[in-house]
Each structure stands twice: as C-alpha cells, then as structure tokens.
Design a protein around this ligand. Structure first.
Ligand code: BG6
Length: 493
C-alpha cells in the first residue's frame, strides 16, 4: 500500500516567475512583464499609458476597464521582478541537475507563450524560443525526469491585451490553437503530460493574471472564461490527434470551503463558494455548462456569445486528468457581519479558529488536502495530480550558512501523510505531487522574493540585488529521502 509504483514525485515552477531573460531569444513581452513588485501589504501594480501620454499604475487584482487606446507597457522608476525572475534562462542546467539530485521523477514547468509567438498572433513561431524548450526538455530527459507542462501559466502575450483585451476576444482562441499545434508537434516525443490553463478559476477574481483582460465586468469575464474553456477543449482534441498517448489535464486552484456553522444558510453559502471552482472543473471534465452557472448568468444578465461548434467542442474535449493546486482551505458564512480576514491563494475567507496560518496569513490545513482529493475524485472519477502545494516562508541563513527550514519540512510531511491516507483509505487515484516553487522564485501574488517555497535557496532579494547563486536548504535532503522511499519515510532527522 502507500504511493503507487511510478508515482510522479517532483516540483513545480512557472516561466514568468523564474525564467528571466524577458527580452532574450526573441521573446515578446507578456502580461506579467508590466506587473511591478509588491509586498504582503502593498499590492502589485500594472503600468500603462493613456492616449494623451499620461502614465498610470493600477492594482493588479481587480483591474477594471482602462480608457480606450491605453497601452500596457513598462515605465521608468518601477521594479518589475519577473523580468529577471531567478534567471533560470541561464541557470537551467544547474537547476535541473539539482532536481535530479533530489530524485525528481517529473518537473512541472510552463512554456512562455511569447517566447514561441512574441506577439501572440505571429504567422511563424520563433525558432530560438522553441529551441530553448527543446534544450530544457532534453536536459530533464537526460536524468529521466518527465516534463509536465503548463501551456498557459498566468501570462498571455502582451500584444494581445493591447490589441483586443486578450481572452475577452474570440480571436485569441485561434492564436492559442496555433500555439498549441506548434508545441504539440514540436515536443510530441518529449512531453506526455500537459495542462491547459493554470488555475483557470482565477479568472473570476484576477482577469489580468489569468487572461490578460482589463475588466472586472461579469459579462467580459464570463466571455473570457468561455473562450478559455473552448480553447482548452480544442487543445485536448488536437493534442490527442497529434499523439494519442498525451495526457492533457485541466488545472484548478482548489481547496475545500467549510461552513462556519451548521446553520443551513452557511452550508448553502459554502456550496456557492465551491461552485465558483467546480464550474471550471465541470465544463472541462463533463463537457457542458452546469445548470447553476447558467442560472447565475441569467440572474446577472450575462449573455454569452458562442459559436455553433462550441457545444460539440466542449463535449469532445474533456480532460484526461485533473491537476490542482492546494495551499489551504477556507471558511464561509452567510452572515454579512462575519469578516473575511483570512488571506489565501487569491481567495479570502473567515479565519478558522482550528488552524494556524503562514507568515502570509494562509491557513495551514493538511486534512483539507485529503478532503480536496476525496471531493475531486468522487465528483469526477479522473486521475488527480497535485501540481502545487507548499509553504511560503521567510527563510533565515544561520551563521554557518545553513538554512534550517524545519517548518517547511513539517508542512510538507503533514500534507504528504494526508495524501497517503486518501490513497490507502479512500482509494483516490493520485498520480503525482509537485510542490510549488521547488526552487525559490518570484511570488505571483506579491511579487516578492522574500516569500520562499523552495528546497533550493536562490540569492536574489526584493531590491533586485543578489548574485543568483543557488544553495540547498535542509528540506533538500529531506525531500530526497521522501522520494527515495516513495513517500514512506517522512521523518525529519
Ligand atoms: C498559485 C499559482 O496561485 O500559487 C502560482 O499558480 C503561485 O503561480 C502560487 O506562485 C503561490 O502563490 P504566491 O502568491 O505565494 O506566489
């Protein structure tokens, strides 16, 4: 019993948060290249210029519509941490060698769409970009590490946002299809596991991040979501044509929501919160819009523009597996006086008095991971892969240079123990686990380097200083042992 043979142990990253090289190798700008740094308390900003030349910067989360003709671009005087990331672009050989030393069986990473199609709608792909990922995949395969690839992780070619508000416009679907066709054909003998959109449900509260959309109007967001869902289904259909062995998944940002009390109104509120995520899972796994969403759109006056083919595309393009991120659970109440003070992975909720929180206020709940596995498996009966989980923390170097991240070891050990129970006691089909930020990288929500997740420390700091050298943390050897024992030995000695 325990973790199955061939279980995919690994780690996860995303191009925009680690690659750097933002203007190298023919890469175009992405939506993430115009996002500034931030902190736990001051938000990341997006910079743009109005047609009259006025320079503006607005909060990334909740970005509303911008005046017509506004151009998203970088401005002098701001720090854009993703421009350099952790310079994986030049360090990938060293980094993959370290992953191999830990015994990784797989490595989840993303392709930067704008490295392949710098403007998103170019007629021909950029060979230098394609070659870069060939090199990265070859390096992985050299060590027997299976690449697990996110096709779109929080970055859209910026030109598409400037031209037509990116995913709000149907034309982006065709651009994405061309991108998928190109990478599926190019890497069909190197990559088997794909996932279409990272945390697609983030669209509901982070239109810029998830879809390069400057708007929080429900009509625009619903339309962008429809376009991504159709694009995802088309990718699944096309991918299977190109290589029937491909495993193509969706990717949800997921965590259970608990009712604050057993008051039926709280339970109903909880169900509604769940549906915010399930909507995306339901369409991608079942192939059609769920009734609760259609009714919600009716109430909001949202009218989706669809094309004749959409129904069939959604029905045929259902996914092979479900990838999801899990960091914490949340709590819901129907009482408007209850304050949503708990922070989290782009969601907020009520503080759970039974749980401790991370330095960034994310509530730590290993049992919630078992519930997440149980709920998802029960609902969809598809293989599951946990493609993000981990503890963002302030790491300190001791005088001797060591980094003793026992808190991270504890967090991961507790979560892995619950995964094991979900397999052994509940029969969940779990195929892999890739903790987030296996090497320190730029935080998506705050843009900080100080929020570190890695087994590998990177000497880069929030003011932009640092020599980018890598160091092993205590968790490095611990995770190596976990992998070597296929999850049997979780002890920290
Ligand atoms: C997920 C994203 O939301 O959480 C990652 O897929 C992100 O891109 C991760 O980095 C952790 O969030 P943060 O804000 O701590 O970086």
């Amino acid at each position: 019993m325990g973790f199955p043979k061939g279980f995919l142990w690994g780690g996860a990253t995303a191009a925009n948060q680690l690659e750097g090289g933002w203007q190298e190798g023919g890469k175009g700008l992405t939506t993430d290249d115009v996002v500034t740094n931030g902190t736990h308390t001051s938000p990341r900003l997006i910079t743009f210029t109005l047609p009259d030349g006025t320079k503006k910067a607005e909060q990334m989360f909740g970005l509303g519509e911008v005046p017509e003709g506004a151009k998203f671009e970088c401005h002098e005087g701001y720090l854009y941490p993703n421009h350099d990331g952790i310079d994986f672009y030049h360090h990938y050989k060293e980094d993959i060698a370290l992953f191999a030393e830990m015994g990784f069986k797989c490595y989840r990473m993303s392709i930067a769409w704008a490295r392949i199609f710098p403007n998103g709608d170019d007629a021909v792909p950029n060979e230098e970009g394609l070659k870069f990922y060939d090199d990265v995949f070859d390096e992985c395969l050299k060590y027997g590490i299976e690449p697990v690839v996110t096709i779109s992780h929080y970055e859209t070619p910026l030109a598409l946002s400037n031209k037509w508000n990116a995913w709000a416009d149907r034309r982006t679907v065709a651009c994405f299809e061309r991108y998928c066709e190109t990478i599926f054909n190019r890497y069909k003998n190197k990559v088997k596991y794909w996932m279409t959109f990272n945390e697609i449900n983030c669209l509901g509260f982070g239109g810029w991040m998830a879809a390069g959309v400057a708007s929080n109007d429900p009509q625009v967001i619903a339309q962008a979501a429809h376009h991504q869902l159709v694009a995802s289904a088309k990718a699944v259909i096309m991918g299977h044509d190109i290589n029937p062995d491909f495993m193509i998944g969706c990717m949800l940002g997921y965590g259970p929501t608990y009712p604050y009390t057993c008051n039926p109104d709280d339970v109903l509120e909880t169900w509604k919160k769940f549906n915010g995520v399930y909507f995306y899972g339901d369409v991608q796994c079942r192939g059609y819009y769920p009734s609760y969403k259609l009714k919600e759109y009716e109430r909001l006056g949202v009218q989706l523009k669809t094309e004749a083919e959409d129904e069939e595309v959604l029905r045929k393009g259902t996914v092979d597996y479900i990838a999801f991120s899990y960091y914490m659970s949340s709590v819901a109440s129907a009482d408007p006086k209850m304050k949503e003070e708990a922070e989290g992975n782009m969601i907020t909720g009520i503080k759970n008095p039974y749980l401790q929180a991370s330095d960034w206020g994310w509530q730590i709940d290993p049992v919630g991971l078992r519930l997440a596995l149980d709920y998802l498996y029960d609902r969809y009966q598809l293989p599951l892969m946990i493609v993000e989980n981990g503890l963002g923390a302030h790491d300190q170097k001791e005088e001797d240079g060591s980094i003793n991240d026992d808190y991270r070891i504890q967090y991961l050990a507790d979560h892995i123990a619950e995964m094991k129970k979900a397999i052994d006691e509940d029969g969940v089909d779990l195929i892999g686990y890739t903790p987030w930020g296996c090497i320190d990288l730029v935080s998506a929500s705050t843009g900080e380097m100080a929020k570190r997740y890695g087994f590998i420390y990177v000497n880069k700091f929030d003011d932009g200083s640092g020599d980018y050298s890598r160091e092993k943390k205590k968790s490095f050897d611990w995770y190596k042992k976990v992998i070597a024992t296929n999850g049997e030995d979780l002890s920290n000695d």
